[in-house]
Design a binder for this molecule. Structure first.
Ligand SMILES: Cc1cc2nc3c(=O)[nH]c(=O)nc-3n(C[C@H](O)[C@H](O)[C@H](O)COP(=O)(O)OP(=O)(O)OC[C@H]3O[C@@H](n4cnc5c(N)ncnc54)[C@H](O)[C@@H]3O)c2cc1C
Length: 538
């Protein structure tokens, strides 16, 4: 039997646990397992809110995928296209601007969800999502930054804005983020000489009549009571609809002056799935109880937050980690059966219960029908989640983090990781290649000093088309036409260029028409002249 190629898209709970189960079920001779993920680590999302307060250190909520799945080939790239008909995945370019094609026999889609700010003016620019490690780090740094600013600021109105934090979405993640944020800000306020007597506002906005809709009434009401007691304002039956750099705007028309707006809702499947021509439930992929994509049974499976799943008893499966890990076992078993023969197994897990941390020694839990709240629930929350983290090293590190957090005040150091502008200068020595013919167009170049030559390869011969020098631009045609470079650029002398990445180039040419026109007219002139130094180097 030829070795099968299994490709898993997504390295979260669904993807990583599928790979781990497959490694146990299939001997290396039966199949190669590849996993595509944009990061080389797996994130333990339930503990992500604790990164805000620093009660868990930044890198302790993640684990390297290569160690979790030692027999899986990790491809740390962005999946850009799924071709279900031809069974090929296209992944983004790396250092070399060329896409990579990955053929597969069996495909698992576990790409999770995103926070979707579509149709909510100003949210993309001014609100922060909370799903990834990068989101958690960005939020922690931002919160420390606004505290530092508030301490320096003379304007009382601006100081109030800086000390107001708005969270949209009263589900598990929204509640846990609010609880951590509120605890953190109130705990560290005393370290700021001028903020000790200032009011802090943490506002949680939820669209329904009570928070934590996944939990029973008494627990949700207990959570509301605890949060309010700790100073959180809870606004119910309303939702965030827009934001500016100065305020959050709610559906009711209420405006909350704030410099910190976090939103955990609404969620949507990643855009790569929107392009797929297959059965969907809203944006999610519709799968059978065996997790098979309709029309691609025995070939493509989808699971986790990006899939719409029903159990064998007909209940809709909620988007949680405990379900994603069980779906992963079902998926791996069904792939093994597809390879060896056998009837697919249906997903039957109905959930063990739900837990939500309220920070500061309090939580709510609903387990095996029992409703528990307060310190006992908090102890349960920590014990269960610690037990679930794979690997003894991670368990020890998180246990130590919690102990340190109990004994000492929260860490206040900001981790500045701002890379500055993506527009940068680059230096090339004579003979260096700036880009190759056939590469994807990922940047535009402006020559500041030196010369380069434009070379075209055809029929095994290389022709020099032109020489470019200081003040010339190149590389724009591939960006304007979304085609690959049709010539190679080689430095003739020492060469200094300004490199404008595609994303910045697109923003500039759309927002500043005069800027775009320079490049459009240059492209037209070069085309008309037919001499092609610029259309050539694109
Ligand atoms: C703050 C927070 C708290 C939570 N708390 C709990 C909790 O207490 N209990 C619980 O059960 N659940 C909790 N959840 C939900 C739980 O984390 C998710 O249900 C679970 O992570 C879903 O797993 P998944 O594999 O579907 O997606 P994810 O874990 O989100 O993984 C998706 C992966 O795909 C990658 N990816 C996406 N698009 C691409 C692409 N185009 N190319 C390459 N890679 C890509 C992402 O980088 C990510 O690594 C929480 C979620 C959040 C955000």
């Amino acid at each position: 039997m030829a070795k099968k190629q299994i490709v898993i898209l997504g390295g979260g709970f669904g993807g990583v646990y599928t790979a781990r189960c497959l490694e146990k079920l299939l001997p290396p001779g039966d199949a190669d397992i590849s996993l595509v993920n944009r990061e080389n680590y797996w994130v333990y999302q339930p503990m992500l809110p604790e990164v805000i307060s620093g009660s868990i250190a930044l890198t302790d909520v993640v684990a390297p995928i290569r160690r979790l799945c030692p027999r899986t080939n990790l491809i740390m790239r962005e999946a850009e296209e799924i071709d279900l008909k031809n069974r090929v995945i296209t992944v983004s370019p790396g250092f070399r601007p060329r896409q990579k094609k990955i053929p597969y026999d069996y495909l698992v889609i576990a790409l999770g969800e995103l926070t979707n700010f579509y149709g909510m003016p100003g949210m993309l620019e001014n609100a922060m999502p909370f799903r990834t490690l990068a989101d958690a780090i960005a939020l922690r740094n931002h919160v420390i930054h606004v505290l530092e600013e508030a301490d320096v600021e003379e304007d009382a109105d601006l100081r109030r804005r800086l000390l107001t934090f708005v969270v949209g979405g009263g589900g598990f993640s929204g509640v846990e983020v609010t609880a951590e944020l509120n605890d953190f800000v109130r705990a560290v306020k005393k370290n700021y000489l001028r903020l000790r007597n200032e009011q802090v506002r943490c506002v949680l906005v939820h669209s329904r009549g009570r928070i934590l809709p996944e939990m029973a009434d008494p627990l949700a009401l207990f959570a509301q009571k605890i949060l309010r007691k700790r100073g959180v304002e809870i606004i119910l039956n309303d939702r965030l609809v827009a934001a500016t750099s100065e305020k959050a705007i709610l559906k009711s028309g209420l405006e909350i002056p704030s410099k910190t707006i976090i939103s955990t809702v609404p969620a949507t499947a990643p855009p790569i799935l929107a392009k797929l021509d297959c059965a969907k439930d809203k944006t999610k992929l519709l799968v059978s109880t065996a997790l098979e994509l309709q029309g691609y049974e025995g070939q493509v499976w989808a699971l986790g937050d990006c899939a719409s799943i029903k159990t064998v008893s007909g209940k809709s499966v909620p988007p949680t980690a405990q379900h994603a890990t069980r779906e992963a076992s079902t998926c791996a078993i069904n792939i093994a059966r597809a390879i060896r023969g056998g009837t697919p197994s249906g997903f039957a897990f109905e959930g063990l219960g739900t837990l939500a941390s309220l920070g500061h020694g309090s939580a709510v839990a609903q387990i095996f029908g029992l409703k528990i709240s307060g310190i006992l629930a908090w102890f349960l929350w920590r014990t269960i989640y610690l037990a679930k983290i794979p690997g003894i090293k991670s368990k020890v590190r998180i246990g130590m983090d919690w102990l340190i957090h109990l004994l000492f005040p929260p860490d206040l150091a900001q981790t500045k990781v701002d890379a500055g502008s993506a527009i940068k200068k680059q230096h090339f020595e004579p003979g260096d290649i700036v880009f190759h013919q056939g590469d994807l167009g990922d940047s535009v170049y402006v020559i500041e000093r030196g010369e380069c030559q434009v070379l075209r390869e055809a029929d095994g011969a290389t022709t020099q088309l032109a020489t470019l020098q200081a003040g010339d631009y190149f590389g724009e045609m591939a960006l304007l036409s979304d085609k690959s470079r049709n010539a190679t650029i080689q430095a003739r002398t020492a060469l200094e260029v300004l490199l404008i990445p595609k994303a910045d180039f697109d923003i500039l040419r759309k927002s500043v028409p005069a800027f775009g026109e320079v490049f459009h007219s240059l492209a037209r002139q070069r085309d008309e002249a037919g001499r092609n130094p610029s259309s050539a180097p694109d």
